[in-house]
Design a protein around this ligand. Sequence first.
Ligand code: NAG
Ligand code: NAG
Ligand code: NAG
Ligand code: NAG
Ligand code: NAG
Length: 411
Amino acid sequence: MCAFAVRVFLGILLCAPYQCLECPFGCECFAVTRTVKCVSKDLLTVPQSIPGYAKTVIITGNNIHRIGPHSFTELENVTNIILSNNRITEMSSDSFSALINLRFLDLSENQLALIHPQALSIPGSPLQELNLSRSLHNFTALTDLTTALRWGGLSGLLRLDLSGNQLTLLPPGMFSHLPDLQQLFLANNSLMAVYSGTFSGMSHLEMLDLTHNAFMTFSADGLQELKKLGNIRILLGDNPYTCSCEIRNFVAWLNESRAQVDVDAVKCASPRGFSDTWLRGLGVHALGCVVPVQAEVADLTLQTSYVFLGLVLGFVGMVFLFVLYLNRKGMKKWIIEMRDACQDILEGYHYRYEIDSDPRLGHISANNGGSMAQGHLGLALSQQLQSDTCIVQLPTDTQVKQLATSSTVNL
Ligand SMILES: *[C@@H]1O[C@H](CO)[C@@H](O)[C@H](O)[C@H]1NC(C)=O
Ligand SMILES: *[C@@H]1O[C@H](CO)[C@@H](O)[C@H](O)[C@H]1NC(C)=O
Ligand SMILES: *[C@@H]1O[C@H](CO)[C@@H](O)[C@H](O)[C@H]1NC(C)=O
Ligand SMILES: *[C@@H]1O[C@H](CO)[C@@H](O)[C@H](O)[C@H]1NC(C)=O
Ligand SMILES: *[C@@H]1O[C@H](CO)[C@@H](O)[C@H](O)[C@H]1NC(C)=O
C-alpha cells in the first residue's frame, strides 16, 4: 500500500504534468523526440488527444478497423504517421485532411477494402511518401485506390509502395495524377504484363521495382512503355521468364537499353535447359528462333512453287488456245468432215437395219452364207464413204460386225 503510494507520487513528480495528462491511454509519449507510440495495445480506434508537439505518431499492431473523418484532429506538427498492421479495412473521406504537414504515411499490412475517393486528400498536397505494401484486400480496393490517387490531389507524392498486394494488372493511367513520383514499388505482386499507358504521365520517375512478379516476357507495347521511362533504374529480377523465341525482343532491349536494369537477377526460369541462364546476351539461335524461321522459309517456298505452278498451267493453257485459234480454219473443216462422216455412217447403218428387218433378205443371207447381204451392204457403203475417220461399233446380231474403212471400199 505504502509502496504504491510512493510510486504514484514519484510518477506525478517525474513526468511533467501536462505530458502525463495529454498522453492518450495505451500510448507512450516522448516529448524530447516528439514521438507518440501506441504499439500492440489492442486499440479499436485511433487514440484521441495526441499531444500537439508530436511529429511522429506510431500506431501499430492494434485492431483499428476504420479511419474516420475525425480520427485525427488538427495536428500541425505531425509529419509522420505509421499505421501498419492494424487490420484497417475502411478509410473514409478526409481521413487525414487535418494533418496539414503530413509527409509520410505508412498504411502497410492492413486489409483495405473500402477507400473513399477523398480519403487521401490533404489541403496543400503535403504527402511525399505513401506505403500501401500488403494493404489492399482485393481488386475492388485497387480500383478504389486508383480513384483516390486521381482525386486525392497527391501531386507532391514522391514515393509509392504497392508491393505485396497480389496485383494482377494495373489500370491504365493509374499513376498519371502523380506527376512528381520518383520511386514506385510494385514488387511481390502477380503482374504479368505492362501495357501502353500503364506508366503514362510519370515524367520524374527514377526507380521502378517490378521484381517478384509473374512476368514471363514483355510485349512490344510493354517494352515501348519501359523505353518511355528513359534511362531510369528498373528492377526486373526474380520473374519467371520463359526463354523461348518470343522473348527475343525483350533480350534485344536488355542488350541495348541504357536503363539501369538489375540484369544479374534477370534469368530464365524455363525451359529446363535454360534455368538460371542470364537473359542478356542470349542469341536468337540459343532462343530457338531458328527453327520457326526455317519453317517460315519452307512455307514461303511452298507458296512460291504453287504460284509458279499456276503460272505454268496458265501459260500452257494460253498456248493451247492460241494454237487452236491459228488452226481455226482447219479445225472447222475437220469438225465438218467429222460430222458428215458420222452422218454417213449412221445413214448406212439405218439402211442396213432396213435390210435386216426385211424377212426376205434375211432368208437370202441365211442361205448364201451372208455373202450377198455383205456385198450389198458393202456396195451401199462404198458409194458414200469417202472419209477415213469414223469407226462404228455395230450390234452383234448383224452379219457385218465392224466397219473400219481407211479408204474407199470397192467391192
Ligand atoms: C508545434 O510545434 C511548435 C514548435 O515546436 C509549437 O510552438 C506549437 O505550439 C506546436 N503546435 C501545437 C498545436 O502544439
Ligand atoms: C513499406 O512497408 C513495408 C512493411 O511495413 C516495408 O517492408 C517497406 O520497406 C516499406 N516501403 C518503403 C518504400 O519504405
Ligand atoms: C472485395 O472485398 C469486398 C469486401 O470483402 C467485397 O465486397 C468485394 O466484392 C470484393 N471484390 C472482389 C472483386 O472480390
Ligand atoms: C510476398 O507477399 C506474400 C504475401 O502477399 C508474402 O507472404 C511473401 O513473404 C512476400 N515475399 C517477399 C519476397 O516479399
Ligand atoms: C544480345 O547480344 C549478344 C551479344 O552481346 C548477341 O549475341 C545476341 O544475338 C543479342 N540478342 C538479341 C536477341 O539481340
